[in-house]
Design a protein around this ligand. Structure first.
Ligand code: SF4
Length: 378
């Protein structure tokens, strides 16, 4: 049986055939990219300092003041086609006050509106913080790139400005696994994300197995790209990345939903090995490839400054602010006016593809004009 979840009676269960975070869905519905997904940064505090952290430079020791929550709720109200919200950090549950006063109210708002919810967490804190979210949460998203506590220690504290004892890391690793198992048993949909990078690419089979043992319903897999804390890390070649994905598909549990994202392989490629992999992914049961949401159906709002970002591409500064503008207007200005968006704004419906992530294009396809390409593989 396929893995599904339905925490909102009226909404269709999340499943490989129903992923409202994928921008291809709204593109097909509305015939153009519209804003359906709002991600909110609810903290810059974190008890870890991961090697690959996508927001590492923004982490702080002392948090600034939140903007009034009413302002954010008003801006969400104005988003005409809102379908999903995601809450991210730092570790969103780092302070209990944030859980009570910001996270739970936002999740409740979404539930009342029939909007899907996701939170990104490391699950290493007291389980009561996560239990408070359980009634309102569709997806608990965690990072999982480890085979044991030593891996966790090496990866999770690589950017710490003081040495973290191994025993501390082991305790947190055990807590995360115990929390994941208990919360899964209580009905939480946990999606564990692994990166394909220089550390993990030969360990993915073991990582996948542990994710299953923790009761997670979905395994998300994304190649790691050179942004923020990861800028200095060694990058895999496209060939190594392809091999890693094949090796994972060889051994995966076919009952578990596997979601691949931000892949650097496209159906318009002329490379036989790319097309072979894309075909394999398309044919595998319970496997999906999510299109990149950044700037296609999603914006990110910083709840402290009000700044709105349209993409995680680090060279693009804030594109607006919720104190002065509506989210739909900010998104539309990016969609219709920004030259960078035009470079990746392609769509081959039969291949279920709506173009590369800007970082991927920058890293591997600098000279490719995707707007004149067409899928070779349908
Ligand atoms: S949508 Fe763009 S990236 Fe995807 S197959 Fe078509 S041309 Fe290539």
């Amino acid at each position: 049986m396929m893995n599904t979840v339905n925490t909102r009676g009226a909404l269709a269960p999340l499943s490989p055939s129903n992923d409202p975070w994928d921008p291809i869905e709204s593109l097909r519905t509305y015939g153009r990219h519209v804003l359906t997904s709002v991600e909110m940064t609810v903290t810059h505090l974190c008890n870890m300092r991961c090697e690959h952290c996508a927001v590492g430079d923004m982490l702080v020791m002392k948090e600034a003041e939140f903007l009034p929550l009413d302002l954010m709720l008003r801006r969400l109200d104005e988003v005409e086609h809102l379908q999903t919200i995601s809450l991210t950090g730092g570790e969103p549950s780092f302070r209990e006050k944030t859980v009570k006063e910001v996270i739970v109210p936002l999740l409740k708002y979404a539930q009342d509106r029939g909007v899907r919810t996701q939170i990104n967490s490391n699950l290493t804190l007291d389980i009561s913080r996560y239990e408070a979210m359980l009634p309102y949460l569709d997806v608990m998203h965690i990072s999982f790139n480890y085979l044991n506590g030593d891996d966790f220690h090496e990866v999770g504290f690589a950017n710490s400005n003081h040495p973290v004892p191994k025993e501390t890391a082991y305790r947190m690793y055990d807590k995360m696994m115990e929390n994941a198992l208990k919360l899964s048993e209580a009905g939480m949909f946990i999606s564990a994300e692994s990166m394909i990078n220089y550390r993990t690419h030969t360990k993915l089979a073991g990582i996948h197995k542990l994710i299953g043992e923790m009761g997670c319903r979905r395994h998300e897999v994304h190649p790691m790209y050179a942004s923020n804390f990861a800028t200095e890390l060694p990058m895999l070649s496209l060939d190594e990345t392809r091999k890693a994905i094949h090796s994972l598909l060889d051994v995966r549990d076919p009952q578990m939903w596997m979601l691949f994202g931000t892949l650097p392989f496209f159906a318009c490629s002329d490379i036989h090995e790319d097309l072979k992999l894309i075909r394999r992914l398309a044919d595998a049961p319970n496997v999906t490839v999510r299109n990149d949401p950044d700037g296609r159906n999603r914006v990110n709002v910083n709840l402290f400054s009000g700044d709105v970002y349209v993409t995680d591409f680090s060279d693009i500064p804030a594109f607006g602010n919720i104190q002065t503008g509506r989210l739909d207007d900010i998104f539309n200005a990016w969609q219709t006016g920004h030259p960078l968006n035009k470079t990746v704004n392609c769509h081959c419906d039969a291949a279920g593809c709506c173009g590369p992530n800007l970082l991927v294009k920058d890293m591997y396809y600098k000279d490719t004009d995707f707007t004149v390409k067409k899928a070779n593989l349908l």
